[in-house]
Design a binder for this molecule. Structure first.
Ligand code: GDP
Length: 196
């Protein structure tokens, strides 16, 4: 998609605050620092639209970005903050769970993992949870420029094995925000999901 127009529309912590439209939504999930804002900014051709690395401990909200009046990108706050309290973690989990399971407009989830490492326990838990609910998932392995091309296949198989990758519900893509490798493929997956 050629992107010219992006608006941040809404920040929400509960369903009554979600945008009241029928526009399809694609959510982005991943550990903090995995490269989520870099991916979304690449997709919309912006240097810094989506906030980068929001601070732990701050109020965490679902942020809805309207892209070309055609799709909402929903930035789900990064998981994996060791520092937040148990209560915050529970509220946060509840907010995400409610959104991901009760939102008809949600057409798919882009789940980010670091291409260089085995997925963390939280990455695996999130992925299992998404596939359990039959939510279409694109696993994006970020920072692919940090490993040699010759090792991409190996990285892909390590990630898929750890996740117990499910071909029925999921697709996989290597991505680099530095070289933009994988960007067209991520867009193609999003556009396919939007049309569903
Ligand atoms: P977020 O917390 O998931 O939104 O992560 P950011 O997008 O803010 O990225 C975290 C750090 O990783 C930043 O220093 C980015 O510059 C870096 N980063 C993100 N994506 C890439 C990538 O594809 N390649 C490289 N080399 N660095 C990246």
């Amino acid at each position: 998609m050629e992107v010219h127009n992006v608006e941040i529309t809404t920040s929400a912590v509960k369903p009554s605050q979600y945008p009241q439209t029928d526009i399809p939504e694609i959510a982005f999930v991943g550990r903090s620092n995995v490269g989520k804002s870099s991916l979304t900014n690449s997709l919309i051709n912006r240097r810094s639209f989506a906030r980068t690395s929001s601070q732990p401990g701050k109020t965490q909200t679902l942020n809805f970005y309207k892209v070309e009046e055609q799709v909402f990108f929903v930035d789900v706050p990064g998981y994996g903050y060791a520092k937040v309290s148990k209560k915050m973690r529970e509220e946060f989990g509840q907010m995400i769970e409610t959104y991901l399971t009760e939102r008809p407009q949600l057409k798919g989830v882009v789940s980010l993992v670091d291409a260089r490492h085995e997925p963390s326990e939280e990455d695996i838990a999130m992925y299992n949870w998404l596939t359990y609910y039959n939510i279409p998932v694109l696993v994006v392995a970020t920072k692919a420029d940090k490993i040699a091309r010759g090792k991409w296949n190996k990285a892909e198989s390590v990630i898929k094995k750890a996740l117990e990758f499910d071909r029925e519900t999921s697709a996989f893509q290597m991505f680099s925000a530095v070289t933009k490798s994988g960007k067209d493929e991520v867009w193609a997956w999003i556009e396919e999901r939007m049309a569903d």
